[in-house]
Design a protein around this ligand. Structure first.
Ligand SMILES: *[C@@H]1O[C@H](CO)[C@@H](O)[C@H](O)[C@H]1NC(C)=O
Ligand SMILES: *[C@@H]1O[C@H](CO)[C@@H](O)[C@H](O)[C@H]1NC(C)=O
Ligand SMILES: *[C@@H]1O[C@H](CO)[C@@H](O)[C@H](O)[C@H]1NC(C)=O
Ligand SMILES: *[C@@H]1O[C@H](CO)[C@@H](O)[C@H](O)[C@H]1NC(C)=O
Length: 734
């Protein structure tokens, strides 16, 4: 035993030596069939895990779970606005420690695809481009525009240099086998006219000039230059054709689920259909496919795009938001990967033959040096079908692919899920005071409605929200006051009506300090009766953003905030306040004072409250708690609160919002996997709170003295907030 262990250590250290000390450069090229690494064609299964959507403490397990799932490559975007918060100021700590993440992937013995973008979309705030760049004079994003190109080129170069310094490109002995420039630009290029075309050319050339020694890819770039590989992003890519005959068929975004918006039901994609899509892709000549997402994770803080994308970015991915494998999806795909890998050599080096087996049934047969592989597909959306292939009868379930690594035996059928389902529970646990201190002690700080301190701006017009805050905060106060003569009120008792129009995303109207109306949406038309008094009235409108637009042509110009404020239902008709003198304040007192920061170094006076106020707007709550028991992943159950933000020990958990999805969303408990998938096909949770639980990473807790801070905008009951531990109660994978 001991001797063997010694041998093992010896050989391990030899491997270690080989891998790290002699980091041999790899020759990564491509031909019409696949990527070629050191002369070998490669069939690659890739998985998107975005490093800032989890925490460093989770990274090793996430990568290991991907590897166990049969994944060869980890793919990530690079998040420019996380890395360059102000021009030339870079940040690579904590969740944004890209090099650390890359090395975890490398040390797991996996490859990496680095999608630098640096525009990424990704349901990430502003598509990943820093908001400050919009305010560099003359800038227009993603077109032939000097300021944009120069900032984009410097960031791209910065990232490439950083990876080179660490020898992370395969050409240097590292594991990065592909890098991506721009993203899904071909779909909108024509909107930018000539500027679009010359910009995408420029982007490709700028990328190529970086000399990274591995190929560049561009997603959905139908006119990519010869030495750049264009790739497919979609629910199905079996019909995808690369832009020229010398390029392989790559699928950079295979969506195993979908993201969620606040106020909509949860989307799901059945494992049978995702497996079908993957098998069809390899059947039709694909050689690299990537799950977007394999682990979706969490949009911590204010990083979610949108507007209205939830803080959870679970994506119904094979690994759930909390880092637990999702069954049966994860294991069904694992079995699929094993089946496909059995076919790798024959698929990549064989000649292929197409054979029709019926009106909706087809075989693709690959043969190479005496070996034979067949994929038998039944693309009928309703009916199973018995087919005869090489004199053998095969029953092909509807909408399925059977994989025959020897042209005889079916080792896998995409519609037959053999792996167990798991049952996952969110086990509630009351917040408890830190050891010894007994009852929870809450502290409260209430913001006053309206401009506090000196206004940032006074104007006789309604200004754009984003232009004013530059997204340093979600919140912008618009306040004005006006005089009403007592005779103006209608004698029949009808109240005046406040009418507010806004470009979104949410607004609360305080009249004389009282919250009297609220609304939210992509555009807002609020109409609500309000109580005014004879004399001077103050109206304070809190405008809020809920994640900035992250894609679309000229998306950076989309505004937010109020465009019209009127009062009707007065004896003389009404009042148009749109051109009144408006005083503006960017952000809240609590934000300026960083009262959610762990060090508590601020001027705000918290008030102890044994029974904290409920249903009170604009209220900060603070409480010290013990960490939850056990070691399962943890969430906060926020259903007793309405809308706001939450922090633990100064770390931003994210926006919460107990918005209920419509009962009229299309929901189904038994999703039919057959037929083409779309995000609306299989939703659950209609009529329920769209996001109730908010992931709080375990690594953010200390053994004792953990500070939770909540900012509630409209009113909630903090005493009913609980933790919930995510527990798998059956069917844990082997
Ligand atoms: C890299 O691989 C390609 C294709 O297999 C080959 O043509 C080329 O000579 C190789 N380059 C080096 C430096 O080995
Ligand atoms: C009160 O009078 C106004 C203006 O004449 C009218 O529009 C409104 O419907 C009346 N309300 C009621 C409750 O009668
Ligand atoms: C907020 O708006 C909803 C929907 O219009 C309304 O039911 C609710 O009473 C409003 N709350 C306040 C405090 O204005
Ligand atoms: C923001 O300000 C810029 C410069 O003043 C202006 O061109 C732009 O139209 C404004 N955007 C919105 C949405 O109002």
């Amino acid at each position: 035993m001991a001797k063997n262990a010694g041998l093992l250590i010896l050989s391990l250290s030899f491997l270690f030596f080989l891998f790290f000390s002699v980091a041999v450069s790899r020759n990564v090229t491509f031909d019409h069939r696949s990527l070629i690494i050191d002369g070998q064609r490669k069939l690659l299964i890739s998985a998107s895990i975005h490093y800032p959507r989890s925490v460093p403490a989770m990274w090793p397990d996430l990568v290991a779970a991907a590897k166990r799932g049969g994944v060869d490559v980890i793919e990530t975007y690079v998040f420019w606005n996380g890395h360059e918060p102000s021009p030339g100021q870079y940040y690579f700590e904590d969740r944004f420690d890209l090099v650390r993440f890359a090395k975890i992937v490398r040390d797991a013995g996996m490859y990496m695809i680095l999608r630098i973008g640096p525009f990424v979309a990704a349901e990430w705030n502003y598509g990943g481009v820093p908001v400050w760049l919009h305010y560099v004079p003359g800038t227009v994003f993603r077109t032939d525009n000097e300021p944009f190109k120069s900032h984009m080129a410097s960031f791209t170069t910065f990232i490439v240099q950083m990876m080179k310094r660490e020898n992370l490109f395969a050409s240097q002995g590292g594991h990065i086998i592909l890098a991506q420039i721009e993203n899904e630009y071909g779909d909108i290029e024509s909107v930018y006219g000539d500027g679009g075309r010359s910009y995408s050319r420029w982007a490709a050339n700028m990328a190529l000039s970086q000399n990274i020694g591995v190929p560049w890819i561009m997603c959905q770039q139908y006119d990519a230059p010869d030495n750049v590989i264009n790739t497919c992003n979609s629910f199905y890519c079996d019909q995808f054709k690369p832009s020229s005959a010398n390029k392989p068929k790559f699928w950079t975004e295979n969506w195993p689920g979908w993201f969620q918006n606040f106020g909509t039901a949860k989307p799901h994609r059945p494992p049978e259909d995702i497996a079908f899509a993957v098998a069809r892709f390899f059947q039709k000549g694909g050689s690299l496919q990537n799950y977007y997402m394999y682990h979706g994770g969490t949009n911590f803080g204010r990083t979610s795009g949108g507007p209205f994308i939830t803080t959870s970015y679970d994506y119904d991915a094979p690994i759930d938001e909390y880092g637990l494998v999702r069954l049966p999806k994860w294991s069904h795909l694992k079995e699929l990967h094993e089946a496909i890998k059995l076919c790798e050599q024959t698929l990549l080096y064989g000649t292929s033959k197409f054979l029709s087996l019926g009106s909706h049934q087809e075989a693709d047969i690959f043969e190479h040096s005496g070996k034979c592989v067949a994929f038998l597909a039944n693309v009928d959306e309703r009916n199973d079908k018995l087919v005869i292939f090489r004199n053998v009868r095969y029953n092909l379930p509807a909408w399925s692919v059977s994989i025959l690594p020897d042209c005889k035996n079916v080792v896998f059928n995409t519609a037959k899920v053999r792996s167990q389902n798991s049952r996952v529970e969110m086990v509630p646990e009351n917040l408890k005071a830190s050891a010894g201190s007994g009852k929870l002690s809450w502290q409260v700080y209430t913001e006053k409605a309206g401009v506090w301190g000196a206004p940032d701006l006074i104007k006789n017009e309604l200004v754009d929200h984003i232009n004013t805050t530059k997204d340093t905060t979600d919140y912008l106060w618009y306040t004005t006051s006006f005089y009403i003569d007592g005779n103006e009120f209608l004698s029949n008792g009808s109240l005046p009506i406040l009418m507010v129009e806004s470009k979104g995303h949410a607004v609360q109207a305080f009249v004389n300090g009282q919250l009297q109306a609220n609304s939210s949406g992509y555009t807002i038309k609020l109409e609500a009766p309000i109580t005014l008094r004879a004399g001077v009235n103050e109206i304070a409108l809190l405008s809020m953003t809920v994640g900035l637009q992250n894609a679309g042509p000229f998306y950076e110009w989309l505004g937010a905030g109020l465009t019209s404020v009127k009062i009707s239902g007065l004896r003389n008709g009404g009042l148009d306040l749109s051109g009144a003198a408006w005083a503006y304040k960017i952000g809240l007192v609590g934000e300026h004072q960083n009262i959610f920061k762990a060090d508590g170094n601020h001027d705000v006076r918290w008030t102890p409250a044994s029974d904290p106020p409920k249903n009170q707007p604009l209220t900060w709550y603070k409480v010290e708690v013990a960490p939850p028991q056990g070691n399962e992943p943890v969430a906060l159950d926020m259903q007793s609160m309405w809308k706001g933000q939450a922090w633990l020990n100064g770390k931003a958990i994210g926006r919460y919002w107990s918005l209920t999805s419509s009962v009229y969303n299309k929901c189904t408990q038994n999703c039919d996997y057959r037929g083409p998938f779309s995000p609306d096909k299989c939703r659950t949770g209609c009529g329920e709170i769209s996001q109730r639980w908010y992931h709080v990473p375990r690594s953010w807790f200390q053994p004792s003295g953990n500070t939770l801070v909540f900012f509630e905008e409209k009113g909630g009951d903090p005493t009913r907030i609980t933790f919930a531990r995510r527990r798998v109660t059956a069917g844990a994978p082997a």
